[in-house]
Design a binder for this molecule. Structure first.
Ligand SMILES: [Zn+2]
Ligand SMILES: [Zn+2]
Length: 259
C-alpha cells in the first residue's frame, strides 16, 4: 500500500490528552504519512503551548488565537499577547477564531467582538486565519466579508455546512477543511461538499483529540487517523488517495507559507 503524503491542518497535540504519549502519537502519524501538521491554540495559554511544541518538532507548526468558547477572557492584555505571539517563529496562522452559537459558552456579542478584533490582528501580522464556525454561518461569513481576507486567505476548519455555504466560503477566499465527520454514515451534506470543492481549495484535518473518523469513534483521535479521512475524500472524488493527499498537502503548505 502506498502511503499518501498528508498534512494535518488542524490538531491540538499540545493538549493534556496527549501529555502521556506524545512521542508515540507523533511517530504513528509520521508512519501513516503525515508529513506536517499545525497544532492550534485556543486561548493565550494554549497558544503559548502550541508555540513551545512547534519549537521542538521540525514537522509541527503553530497557530495562535482565542476560540469563541474562550472569548470572555479576550481582554485588551490577552489581545496584545496574541498579537505578540503571532510574531514568534513557526507561527503560521491566526486561529482558531470564529463563532460558536451551538454551545454559546461565551455570549454572542462578546464572541463577535473578539472575532472581529482577531481578524484585525491577522491583517496586521499578515497571516491566514483558521475559522471555527458552529451554527453561525450567516454571522461568521458576514463578519469575514466585512473584514476581507485579501490574498492571505484562510481555512474554514471542520467544515459542517452544505454546498451553498461552501460556495460562499470559497468566494470569500477561504479554503475548506474536512475532518472525521465526512467518514460517518450520517455525514449529511459533507460527501457532496467533498466532491464540490475545487482541488486547489481543499485540505484535511483531524481536529484531534476530537472527532475521530468512523472506526475510532468514542476514542481519542490522533494524526495517524488522518489517512482514513483523506482516503474517504479521495473515494468520494474518484481520485487516488496518494494523489489527493499530495494535492491537499501542497495546498496546506502554500497557505501556511511553508514553500
Ligand atoms: Zn474548532
Ligand atoms: Zn480545534
Amino acid at each position: 500500500m502506498t502511503t499518501a503524503a498528508l498534512f494535518d491542518t488542524h490538531a491540538h497535540l499540545h493538549f493534556p490528552e496527549f501529555a502521556e504519549d506524545l512521542p508515540a502519537v507523533l511517530e504513528r502519524g509520521r508512519a501513516a504519512g503525515v508529513t506536517g501538521l499545525v497544532t492550534i491554540g485556543t486561548n493565550v495559554e494554549t497558544s503559548r503551548g502550541a508555540i513551545e511544541m512547534a519549537a521542538r518538532e521540525a514537522d509541527v507548526w503553530a497557530s495562535v488565537g482565542i476560540h469563541p468558547h474562550d472569548a470572555t477572557e479576550a481582554d485588551a492584555s490577552a489581545m496584545r499577547e496574541i498579537e505578540r505571539l503571532a510574531g514568534e517563529p513557526r507561527v503560521v496562522a491566526i486561529g482558531e477564531i470564529g463563532l460558536d452559537f451551538f454551545r454559546n459558552l461565551s455570549p454572542r456579542d462578546v464572541q463577535e467582538r473578539t472575532f472581529r478584533a482577531l481578524l484585525e490582528v491577522a491583517a496586521r501580522v499578515a497571516k491566514p486565519v483558521l475559522i471555527h464556525c458552529r451554527d453561525a454561518h450567516d454571522d461568521t461569513l458576514a463578519i469575514l466579508g466585512e473584514a476581507g481576507l485579501g490574498a492571505r486567505g484562510g481555512i474554514m476548519h471542520c467544515f459542517s455546512g452544505d454546498v451553498a455555504i461552501a460556495r460562499r466560503c470559497l468566494d470569500l477566499g477561504l479554503s475548506i477543511s474536512l475532518a472525521g465527520p465526512v467518514t460517518y454514515p450520517n455525514a449529511r451534506a459533507l460527501p457532496e461538499v467533498a466532491r464540490f470543492v475545487p482541488a486547489d481549495r481543499l485540505v484535511v484535518e483531524t481536529d484531534c483529540p476530537y472527532l475521530p473518523p468512523q472506526g475510532h469513534r468514542g476514542k481519542r483521535n490522533e494524526p495517524a487517523y488522518l489517512a482514513l479521512t483523506a482516503a474517504r475524500m479521495a473515494e468520494l472524488r474518484g481520485e487516488s488517495p496518494a494523489s489527493l493527499g499530495a494535492t491537499m498537502r501542497d495546498n496546506a503548505r502554500r497557505l501556511f507559507g511553508l514553500d
